[in-house]
Each structure stands twice: as C-alpha cells, then as structure tokens.
Design a protein around this ligand. Structure first.
Ligand code: BG6
Length: 471
C-alpha cells in the first residue's frame, strides 16, 4: 500500500489543558502471561482458540508483563505517562468466578502494580474486564448468557472497588461489549451452533452485561463518590459512501446499532427502540424480569471510555430485505483516497474529530477518555531499533484532531494510544503490532521478550514533555 507521511497541518499553539491525562493502554490477557500462576484460573480469553495458524500462540507467556511489570512501569515513567490504562484479569481475583473470597495472590499482584504506578505519579485507569470472563463461569452456567453472571460480576466489581478505589479513581467496567457479542466465541459460545442460536445467546448476554454494569455504576456512585466509572465502547464512526439518503440511513443504522446503543444505555439508562427493532429483525427475544428497567435507569455511567481506531464507510444494499439484520443491509466500501493497514483499518483522523463532535451532540459535555487509538504494523528489530514513521504520523494527526475537537467544546480529558507495549493482537498475535515499545518475540518463538523503545516512543515522549503537539 501507499505509505502516507505526515499530512500538511497548519500549526497553531496546540497546548493541552494542564491536567490532561496523557496515557497509554493495554489489557491483561494481551500482556501478562503467567496465565495459571499464583492461583489464577483460566479465562475465556485463555481458552479461546486462536486462528489455526497461530495455534502455538497463547496467553501462557504473552509479553510476560507478569514478570516484567517493574521494568514496564519504569518505561512508562521514562515516557512521561500521566496515566496508564490496564485491565485486571478477572480470573486472577476469582479463579473460577464463583468463589466467595478472592485469591489473595491475585490482589497482591495488582496492589504492587498500582503502588508502583502511584509512586511514579501515574494515575491508574482500570478496566474491570477486557474479554476475560473466568472460564469456570462458562462451564458452570454458560457465562454471560446466564442471568447468574450479573451477581458474579457485581461481587467481583465490589471487591475491586473496595481494594483499589483509594488509589484508582478512573474505572471502566466492560471493554467492547459489542465486539464480544458479534464474535460470539469471545463469550464462550460454541462456534458450531447455528447463527441464530448464537446471536440469541449473545444478545441475551449483552442484556445481562447492561444490567450488571448498571448495578456497578450505582454502587460506585453511592459508595465511592470520588470515582468516575463508565464503559469502554468500541466506537467505529460510520460514514455513508454517498450523499444518497439510503446510504446515509444505512450508515446511521449501523453506527446506532453497533456503537450508540451501548452508549445510550450507559448514559441514558434506557434501551433504545432502534436496538429492539434490530433484535426483532433477527427474531431474537430477550428474557427480562420485572424491575430491570429501573435498574438500568438508576445506574448510569458518568464518563465514556471510547476506543477509536478508524472510520468505516458503508453503502446500503438496496436489494436486501429491509427487515433483515443490519449487517445484511450494508456493504463496506473501501475509499481509494485513504491509507489502510494490511488488516483493512483506515487512516482517517478527521473522522475522530467528527466522531467526538457527534458524541458531544448526543451526550452534551460528557467527559470522554479516548481509551484506545492506534496504528498496527508488522515490525522487526533492526540493529536494536524500530522505525515506525506511520505510527508517529497516526499519533500526530489524531492528537491534532483531538485538540481541534477540544477547541470545538468536546470534553476530552484523556488520550491513551493502543498500545503502550507490543501485545497479542486479538486475531493476529504478534504479527500485528501496536506498541510504543517493541517486545522481542514472534508468534512461534518466545525469545527473551526484551523491550526496545520504538521511534514513536520518543515522539510521544516529546508531546508529553511539552503538553503540546510537536510539529
Ligand atoms: C480493541 C480491543 O478491539 O482493539 C483490543 O479492545 C484489541 O483488545 C484492539 O487488541 C485491536 O484489535 P486487534 O484485533 O488488532 O488486536
């Protein structure tokens, strides 16, 4: 593909607010390794089969943050991070998910990590679960598909708040629920089941996740009023391929269903009618109980974690059944003017500003943390260095557009590139790298997991040092 270098941007004095939280992000199963150490049980992420060609790649070692955490925090300190977004591995705390008491060794690991971060003046931003429900709950009752999962998540969240809330002020409940629901095996649902059955189960799971989070939002506001808590939502800003009304409607319907439904429930506490209509198109019926509406209404997020990578461009399939599922009513379109990663994710920074403006229109003045934003590449170490100009360009242009959005009045208070360090990509393991720090291992060769600072590390370090965008 055509490698685009940094765009021509008219620089103004792009200074950020003094208290802006410059961070970087990871998730537990993607970095930790040690997947059965110190009493940890297996999670859905640990057992989930990777695509065939990556069979030897698993979460046993990942990039071994479980044994390199001190060194990693030193690198964060050197980078100048003001905050660090990471997730707690649910099955380190409750190995099977259904225990009454937590695993002390698991709590200890995160106490050490959080103490080290706080000592380095790095504010922890903690995700309670990032694709990693304990597999024990899947075996016991089917995981999120079963209503009992609500109580098990609330119990876990209570423990986290109690143990860590004095030091952790920013909480994210569930990472990218909509992604798990569409890739149903991420919920532990058997791939061999027919599609309708899988979606029926996945959207029931989606409903339970909404209820569980609402309970946790309420609990957090009632008992830990100094904390901020919200979901981490995958927001794919969706653009119409043309100005024709049917293409614009198709883009809106997809964006509403995939991203805004998640945010509407978290912020407004009501399941939107457009979402229910889509489930009806799929012939899915959700089983509910009296009082559920009130639970959703009473427990709401007070900020949004937004995972933003790129835009997607769609056209309406005008021959499709108008009452069919949204994904069957659209085609994805490639814009030849945009650069794409090898994996089909575009480079469209203006889409970030546009998306942030949309969020502010929909939820006026809601505090927003960009909890993920990043560029993937295949990379290798050459004489101890990794040159990643495209990632620098991506960071520069997205930070610039975020700054413009802040000038537009959008309340963005934190930015977290995905990822702080190279980690297991969900589908492509170590082949698809995102980190500011390179880790020396490949899919099939664990090597020594030695860390190397990429060029983008030094670029981002300058932004953080000056609290402004570097030309
Ligand atoms: C987000 C997830 O979906 O995107 C991360 O929260 C993930 O866990 C990231 O790694 C990038 O996706 P992928 O498939 O390239 O790893």
């Amino acid at each position: 593909y055509n490698r685009r270098q940094k765009g021509v941007i008219k620089m103004t004095n792009e200074q950020f607010p003094d208290n802006f939280l410059w961070g970087a992000a990871t998730s537990a199963f993607q970095v930790e390794g040690g997947n059965q150490e110190d009493g940890k049980g297996l999670s859905v992420a640990d057992i989930r089969s990777y695509p065939k060609r990556h069979q030897q790649l698993d979460t046993t070692v990942s990039v071994d943050h479980y044994h390199h955490w001190r060194e990693d925090v030193q690198l964060m300190k050197e980078l100048g991070l003001k905050s660090y977004r990471f997730s707690i591995n649910w099955s380190r705390i409750f190995p099977n998910g259904d225990e009454v008491e937590p695993n002390q060794a698991g709590l200890r690991f995160y106490h050490h990590l959080i103490d080290e971060l706080v000592a380095a003046n790095i504010e922890p931003m903690v995700t309670m679960t990032h694709f990693d429900q304990p597999y024990g709950l899947v075996k016991k009752y089917g995981g999120w598909v079963d209503r009992r999962s609500i109580a098990d998540f609330v119990k876990y969240a209570k423990w986290l708040l109690k143990e860590f809330s004095p030091q952790v002020r920013y909480w994210l409940t569930i990472n990218e629920q909509a992604v798990m629901v569409l890739a149903t095996d991420m919920l532990g649902i058997d791939d061999h089941l027919d599609e309708h059955t899988r979606y029926q189960m996945a959207y029931q799971a989606n409903y339970h996740m909404w209820l569980a989070q609402a309970e946790v939002y309420k609990l957090c506001h009632d008992e830990y009023p100094n904390c901020m808590i919200g979901p981490a939502v995958s927001y794919i800003t969706t653009l119409p391929a043309s100005r024709k009304s049917y293409d614009m409607l198709a883009a809106k319907e997809l964006e509403d269903f995939y991203s805004f439904a998640q945010m509407d429930v978290a912020i407004h506490g009501v399941i939107p009618k457009y979402f229910e209509n889509e489930l009806a198109n799929l012939n899915i019926e959700i089983s509910t109980q009296p009082g559920d509406e009130q639970v959703l209404q009473e427990g709401r997020a007070n900020y949004l974690g937004v995972n933003w990578y790129c835009t997607t461009i769609v056209e309406a399939r005008r021959d499709a059944d108008p009452n069919g599922f949204i994904f069957r009513r659209i085609n994805r379109v490639i814009d030849p003017d945009l650069l794409y990663t090898e994996w089909g994710w575009n480079f469209d920074p203006v889409g970030l500003r546009y998306g942030l403006r949309q969020l502010n229109d929909r939820y006026p003045n809601i505090p927003i943390a960009i909890t993920e934003c990043g560029w993937s590449e295949r990379e290798e170490l050459i004489e101890g260095k990794v040159h990643d100009p495209q990632r620098i360009s991506y960071l520069h242009d997205h930070i610039h557009q975020m700054w413009l959005a802040i000038q537009d009045g959008v309340n963005v208070f934190s930015f977290n590139p995905w990822s702080f360090i190279d980690l297991l990509s969900n589908g492509d393991g170590m082949e698809k790298r995102y980190g500011l720090v390179f880790v020396d291992r490949t899919n099939f060769d664990e090597k020594n997991q030695k860390r190397y600072k990429k060029d983008s590390f030094y670029y981002y370090q300058k932004v953080l040092q000056t609290n402004s965008l570097q030309p």
